[in-house]
Design a protein around this ligand. Structure first.
Ligand code: NDP
Length: 301
């Protein structure tokens, strides 16, 4: 079998097109323009690249978009004051504080200071709790698992995953756990695996849906995969690529793509799978925040 390659770039573009259309509609009907504020602290080059692309995508969607670039030496109090100002700003419907923050800042305190109804990253305890109790209609769901879930449903051609088993490898708060909750909310029978799980290959081999969010390059091998399974690779790892020339590198996922694509029914590539979905879902979450503020039903994706 050769797997269907799940085109995350195309699905992300489709999401962004829907967000653009719904934004134009919201502005025309209610005068509410979705607003997103991204806060970045310090000079981390990777974070700056992410923040710039978020800003560009927000503008493309027709949003009001502001970026607050703060010096790495900013105090905790100063940062919390900024978050509180954004919480109170009616033009802002989504607040994202780019992680990681410098060591002297208490990341948890900053995240919990964001108003839950503007927490488009979905990391506030209120949103985590809503997702955990199945209240996905009023929660903000973290963007990477939300995007992974949309790819899963589109690949399988169904929203209801009743009768299917899913194994999520990884139990982080930002990917593994919320992904497991989303699969459960869609009626899959879900197992979460982690570094202490015995016989991981044997467990993965039972799954109709495999989600890998581990941070270990190409860990999931072809002979772990149940024939026909849907494989969602969240991992982004940079590895040496001497075949491309001296000192060159390339991106790979947590799944050995070439091997698994021979066995799976569908599979996300890296890059071009889950990666592009994260920013698209951030735009969708911001639109959702604006719709809720305007008392309008957000469009279904
Ligand atoms: P974390 O490091 O927070 O979590 C990794 C998880 O994998 C942990 O639960 C850990 O288990 C588990 N794990 C580690 N080694 C093994 C092993 N040998 N066998 C089984 N489980 C193992 O990572 P994240 O969840 O933040 O990210 C996971 C991957 O997803 C990374 O490659 C990251 O770059 C990528 N990512 C991609 C995003 C995107 O936009 N596409 C966004 C976010 C992340 P334990 O808990 O026991 O330590």
């Amino acid at each position: 079998m050769t797997a269907q390659i799940i085109d995350g770039k195309a699905v992300a573009e489709d999401v962004v097109e829907q967000v653009k259309a719904a934004t134009a509609d919201l502005v025309a009907k209610s005068g509410v323009k979705p607003g997103i504020a991204v806060v970045i602290v310090g000079e981390d080059p990777a974070s700056q690249v992410y923040v710039r692309s978020k800003g560009r995508k927000a503008t493309e969607c027709g949003f009001h978009s502001v970026t607050h670039t703060m010096d790495a030496s900013i105090s905790q109090d100063h940062l919390l004051t900024l978050v509180n100002q954004l919480n109170a700003d009616p033009a802002i419907h989504g607040i994202l504080v780019q992680l990681p923050l410098p060591d002297h800042i208490d990341e948890g305190e900053v995240i919990q200071a964001i108003a839950p109804d503007k927490d488009v990253d979905g990391f506030h305890f209120i949103n985590v709790g809503k997702l955990g109790t199945g209240q996905t209609d009023t929660a903000f769901v973290p963007c990477t698992p939300a995007g992974s879930m949309l790819l899963t449903k589109r690949a399988l051609g169904r929203d209801d995953l009743s009768g299917l088993t899913a194994v999520v490898v990884g139990r982080s708060n930002i990917v593994g756990k919320p992904m497991a909750n989303l699969l459960l909310a869609a009626n899959a029978t879900v197992t979460i695996a982690h570094s202490r799980t015995p016989d991981l290959p044997g467990l993965v081999a039972t799954a109709d849906i495999v989600v890998a969010a581990v941070g270990r390059p190409q860990m999931v091998r072809g002979d772990w995969i149940k024939p026909g399974a849907c494989v969602i690779d969240v991992g982004i790892n940079r590895i040496d690529a001497p075949e491309k020339g001296e000192g060159k590198t390339r991106l790979v996922g947590d799944v050995h793509f070439e091997e698994c694509a021979q066995v799976a029914g569908s599979i996300t590539p890296v890059p071009g799978g889950v990666g592009p979905m994260t920013i698209a879902m951030l735009m969708a979450n911001t639109l959702t925040g604006a719709c809720r503020a305007a008392g309008v039903e957000p469009p279904p994706l």
